[in-house]
Ligand binder design. Structure first.
Ligand code: NDP
Length: 306
């Protein structure tokens, strides 16, 4: 049972507990990874490539490393210096592509500015592209074929289905059209037979549009942009945003907030993901699920049901 929200309001909104959902998924993945290891006589392998020393990226990569060990998978983090040449990076990716023990390859973004992200992502074998950013996987998703799907939107859909069950016919408004969140989110909602509207920085009358949504997804990168009066009574709100506010005191760490003004929105929503503790934890759990799916596909095993 999700904890009740601290604030009251016309609708008693609930906080969607992404931590609990992610823990449950990770347990299922670990069990399926054990079964995979028994059959394949090897563990699923995930390799993460980190170029440079961006502090946020280092934290994300550390969390991924811990999660993969806990899930009974194997792999490594390849930490490369900031001045790594494109040739060296592509060489490593190609080496991982041809290594039979590697099921998943993730190149942590953003890359230092002298490296061409699109070129690097295009070099990853689509069968090992556990981030789901390769054009082949994006294309498969768009035409409704089995694909490795970007982890964050895949996690959002899992939360939504747990919350609402059948999404068929619901109006979903996705604010944001990036290739890593907004667009794949819209495709996944469409695949669930939702009626989907994609909004972006040029959208007119965004508050009115948002208020027509049964499902409102915010993936913008603007702290608390979505206000309470943008939210329809009883809507489900998925807040993908992760924004750090300026610290209140010198040397302090700023508060982490989403793209939705949580307390206000919670007065209208039936359920809403908090930040932190909502969408974030699902992203790593889905990365493990994608690695497991890639490992099964590469061995010719039936996809595990998670
Ligand atoms: P991008 O910057 O790539 O995309 C942002 C999108 O928001 C763009 O499509 C942009 O429109 C749109 N936008 C910007 N300003 C407005 C506005 N005023 N009104 C309407 N739309 C606007 O961001 P990402 O998709 O990569 O990430 C979005 C957020 O999600 C960030 O906070 C990021 O940190 C977070 N995130 C969280 C993850 C998690 O694990 N929880 C994983 C990935 C991202 P346009 O295209 O017109 O410029």
């Amino acid at each position: 049972m999700s904890p009740a929200l601290p604030t009251g309001g016309p609708t008693r909104g609930r906080a969607i507990d992404g931590k609990a959902a992610a823990a449950a998924l990770r347990e299922k993945v670990a069990e399926a990874a054990r079964e995979f290891s028994r059959k394949a006589l090897r563990k699923p392998g995930l390799h993460v490539v980190l170029v440079g020393e961006d502090p946020a990226s280092s934290v994300y990569v550390g969390a991924k490393e811990k999660a993969l060990n806990a899930a009974g998978m194997t792999g490594a983090v390849h930490r490369l210096p900031t001045d790594t040449s494109e040739g060296d990076l592509l060489g490593l990716v190609r080496k991982l592509n041809s290594d039979p023990a590697v099921d998943g390859i993730l190149v942590q973004l953003p890359l230092p500015s002298h490296l061409d992200e699109a070129k690097v992502l295009d070099t990853i074998d689509p069968a090992k592209d556990v981030d789901g950013f390769h054009v082949v996987n994006a294309g498969k998703l768009a035409v409704g074929k089995d694909a490795l799907v970007p982890c964050t939107p895949a996690g959002c859909i899992r939360l939504l289905k747990a919350e609402r069950g059948d999404l068929s016919g619901l109006h979903a408004v996705v604010i944001g059209r990036s290739n890593i969140v907004g667009k794949p989110m819209a495709q996944l909602l469409l695949a669930e037979n939702a009626t989907v509207t994609i909004a972006h920085s040029r959208t007119r009358n965004l508050p009115e549009l948002a208020k027509t949504a049964d499902i409102l997804v915010a993936a913008v990168g603007r702290p608390e942009m979505v206000k309470g009066d943008w939210v329809k009574e009883g809507a489900t709100v998925i807040d993908v945003g992760i924004n750090r506010l300026p610290p209140a005191e010198e040397g302090g760490k700023g508060k982490l907030v989403g793209d939705v003004a949580y307390d206000e929105a919670a007065k209208h929503a039936a359920a809403i993901t908090p930040v932190p503790g909502g969408v974030g934890p699902m992203t790593i759990a889905m990365l493990l699920a994608n690695t497991l799916a890639a490992a099964h596909a590469r061995e010719g095993f039936e996809a595990p049901s998670l």
